[in-house]
Design a protein. Structure first.
Length: 93
């Protein structure tokens, strides 16, 4: 569990320096909203290779990690393989 937290923190830090890879609908100046269909293009990417605008509500978790069950309509969930860091699925909520 600690390994997952350390890895997650490292990936988030690395993502802050990575080139932007955003869905076009959310790249404008308006309020960011989740668009899982557009975010499907991130599947197969490494967590460290994607960034999001500061106002984006994004949760990054490994596919075997526990996450809260609270639903947030505008939150994008990215689930990645803990060993490789590759995004395997995306969803809103």
């Amino acid at each position: 569990m600690i390994r997952a937290l350390v890895l997650g923190g490292a990936l988030i830090s690395a993502a802050a320096c990575a080139p932007a890879n955003l869905p076009e609908e959310n790249a404008g100046g308006g309020v960011w909203r989740c668009d899982a269909e557009a975010a499907r293009s991130l599947i197969g990417s490494h967590m460290g290779a994607v960034t999001f605008p500061r106002e984006a509500n994004v949760r990054m978790a490994c596919t075997t990690c526990a996450v809260t069950q609270d639903y947030q309509e505008n939150r994008l969930n990215l689930f990645f393989d803990e060993d490789t860091g590759i995004i395997e699925r995306v969803s809103c909520g």
